[in-house]
Every structure is written in structure tokens, then in C-alpha cells.
Write a protein that binds this ligand. Structure first.
Ligand SMILES: NC(=O)c1ccc[n+]([C@@H]2O[C@H](COP(=O)([O-])OP(=O)(O)OC[C@H]3O[C@@H](n4cnc5c(N)ncnc54)[C@H](OP(=O)(O)O)[C@@H]3O)[C@@H](O)[C@H]2O)c1
Length: 338
């Protein structure tokens, strides 16, 4: 079978297609024949050497797939039979024609859901659920600032805000603003040419927002955008990706400029700073399972609809990485097989 490897750090074209044997499902595991594999910004960071959670290179990344059950290991319950359409959280190894995963990380793919939609759900929506529902306590009437709102997580967050009755202010490159408005965003800000803090002040009459979701790394400014009792959720550092190749010289100053939030200041400001990393919640697969099953119910009821911006064949994973880094994507980018 073929898989896409990161042999060393570098531009998208370092990604390499290699042939290898099909994995064997260990006891308790399910071998999934992959039909679609979700691409995440974390994969780009892994290729750049800026993602400490990535496996040691050479490695195959990929956090999520949709496909069919090819074989099951011993001890797997009877629901996951050969040929069953499934979604799986893979936590690496997803950029491949097949991957073996613990059965607890496998979910039935709803009948109406395509493989590409299935691969667009787990990481984006689980992250948005953790940020908005578990930590953010989002409610009707809240105002939420979503950075990179037109991206994979951003689009998922917009939909969860809509379900809650919260208003979204979204930041994104200007070309994506019309699509953001179609998705239900009340105000779009071009954060590359406009001071988003000033825009938020203007749009909220000086009050600020109740929640900010920030994976760009503009945490200091995002904090200042909060109204009293506001929550800033820090969940990434896309600003550290400064080019197609890693440049520690350009990245280091950004890391050193990250703010420290002092508890006394947080008390006096009545604000919260929260960190989320889905990849560090694997030991809570019980919680992730529950949330995934609820998300699939939301999908069946028409409350959420993954936005798949573009698909690329698995063998063109490099083009997919380049597309994301050139900021062309709206919604999720998915690799397809077969
Ligand atoms: N902590 C967690 O558990 C977790 C889970 C999932 C994702 N994340 C983080 O959340 C963020 C979004 O992830 P995603 O997979 O949904 O990706 P994404 O938002 O689809 O990423 C691509 C978009 O990010 C924006 N962007 C901002 N800074 C960029 C940069 N330096 N280079 C290229 N694009 C940049 C661009 O949109 P514009 O055109 O609007 O600039 C681009 O189109 C990433 O930072 C990711 O690491 C964290």
C-alpha cells in the first residue's frame, strides 16, 4: 500500500510517496481501508519541524480518516464488521491507503455522509467543541471572535456558535469574507491589513467579546479584545509558520514574544486564559467518543455540515500542503484515495 512520508523538514515537495506492506490489526484494533484523510495545519507544522507532538521523522502524519473496515483484530466487538463505512481518529498514520487503529477510535459513518465529509469532522469539530462548549461555555447572545474563521476549525466553530445562538466576528484574508458572511458570520475582519483589536472595539461599542478562539498566536491582542468575564482560548501558533520552509530565525522571536498571563492580572481583569490541545487528550477517549457520537447526531439532524473546501488525491499531498500554506483554503482540505 502507498503512504505519504515526511522524510525531513522542508517545503511541501519533501513529502514522499512510499510503498509498504499493509498493517496488521493488533488485538482490539481495526484495519481501515482509507477513502479520505483529513489534512490539518498540524501536519504542515510537522513538515516544517515546528510540531513537537509529531512522531520522529521519517514519519507518516494524519489524524483522521474515513473509509471501510478491511479487517478486525481479535476482541473487537461485532458492530465493526468488514465493509462497514467508518470514521477513525488515527493520531498519525492517516496519510495512507490503510491504517490500523484501536476500535475505540472508530465510529460508524452516517449513511448520508460522504467519505470526504467524514474525514473533515473529527479534529475540527472536536477542537471546536472543547473550546466553545467545555471551556468557553458559549451561550445565546455571546459575541465570539474566531481567528482564521474561514479555516477548518474556524468553519466548525462558526456552526457551533450558530447552534448556541452566539454572534461571530471572524478574521480571515479579505477574499474569504463573502463566504464567511454566507456561513453566518456577522462581521469579517481582514486581520492581515486591519488592526483586529480596533475593529473589535468598534464593532462592540468598546465592550469587547465574550470568547476569543486564537490559534494564530496573537494572544496579547486577543486578550485585550475580551469583555469582563471573557475567555481567551489559545490553541495553536500558526503565526510561527513563516514560510514554506522552517526558519528558526524567524520563528524564535515570535515564540519569545508570547505573553505571560499573571494570575493577579487575570483576577483584576476578570478574564480567563485557556489552553486546548486535542492531541493531548487521548487518555480521555471516553469523552472524545461521547462528543464524536453527539456530533454525528448533530450531522444527521442537519445542525452541522462540514465544509470541504478542496480535495486532492493522496499522491498530491504536497499540493494540499502548499494550498493551505498559501492561505487558499476555505474549510477543510481532504486527501482522497481511490
Ligand atoms: N490545539 C488543538 O487541539 C488544535 C486542533 C486543531 C487545530 N489547531 C490549530 O488551529 C489552527 C487551525 O487549524 P486548521 O487545521 O483548521 O487549519 P486552517 O485554519 O484551515 O489553516 C489554514 C488557514 O489558516 C490561516 N493562517 C493563519 N496563519 C497562517 C500562516 N502563518 N500560514 C498559513 N495560513 C495561515 C489562513 O487563513 P486566512 O486566509 O484567513 O489567513 C489559512 O487559510 C492551526 O493553528 C492549528 O494548528 C489546534
Amino acid at each position: 500500500m502507498r503512504s505519504v512520508w515526511i522524510p525531513r523538514t522542508g517545503p511541501p515537495e519533501v513529502l514522499e510517496i512510499r510503498e509498504g506492506p499493509y498493517p496488521e490489526p493488533a488485538p482490539g484494533e481495526v484495519l481501515v481501508r482509507v477513502r479520505a484523510s483529513g489534512v490539518n495545519f498540524a501536519d504542515v507544522m510537522a513538515r516544517l519541524g515546528l510540531y513537537p507532538d509529531a512522531p520522529r521523522r521519517p514519519c507518516v502524519v494524519g489524524y483522521e480518516v474515513a473509509g471501510t473496515v478491511e479487517r478486525v483484530g481479535t476482541g473487537v466487538d461485532g458492530q465493526l464488521t468488514t465493509g462497514r463505512r467508518v470514521i477513525a481518529l488515527t493520531r498519525f498514520g492517516g496519510y495512507a491507503e490503510a491504517v490500523s487503529v484501536p476500535a475505540l477510535q472508530v465510529f460508524p459513518l452516517p449513511e448520508k455522509m460522504s467519505f470526504t465529509e467524514g474525514a473533515a469532522i473529527p479534529v475540527n469539530y472536536l477542537t471546536a467543541v472543547l473550546m466553545l462548549r467545555h471551556f468557553g461555555n458559549v451561550h445565546a447572545g455571546d459575541r465570539v471572535l474566531v481567528h482564521a474563521a474561514a479555516g477548518g476549525v474556524g468553519m466548525a466553530a462558526i456552526q457551533l456558535c450558530r447552534i448556541a445562538g452566539a454572534e461571530v466576528i471572524g478574521t480571515a484574508s479579505a477574499a474569504k469574507h463573502a463566504l464567511l458572511r454566507e456561513a453566518g458570520v456577522a462581521h469579517a475582519i481582514d486581520y492581515r491589513t486591519e488592526d483586529f483589536e480596533a475593529a473589535v472595539r468598534r464593532l462592540t461599542g468598546g465592550r469587547g467579546v465574550d470568547i476569543v478562539l486564537d490559534a494564530t498566536g496573537a494572544f496579547r491582542k486577543s486578550y485585550r479584545c475580551l469583555a469582563p468575564l471573557g475567555r481567551l482560548v489559545c490553541f495553536g501558533l500558526s503565526g510561527a509558520a513563516t514560510g514554506m520552509k522552517a526558519s528558526y530565525l524567524r520563528t524564535l522571536p515570535r515564540l519569545l514574544a508570547l505573553p505571560w498571563f499573571h494570575p493577579i492580572r487575570l483576577m483584576n481583569d476578570n478574564k480567563a486564559v485557556i489552553g486546548v490541545n486535542l492531541g493531548h487528550l487521548w487518555e480521555r477517549i471516553d469523552l472524545l467518543r461521547r462528543e464524536m457520537l453527539d456530533l454525528l447526531v448533530d450531522y444527521e439532524a442537519g445542525r452541522i455540515r462540514p465544509v470541504v473546501g478542496k480535495t486532492f488525491p493522496l499522491t498530491q499531498a504536497a499540493a494540499a500542503h502548499r494550498y493551505i500554506q498559501e492561505r487558499q483554503n476555505v474549510g477543510k482540505v481532504v486527501l482522497t484515495v481511490g
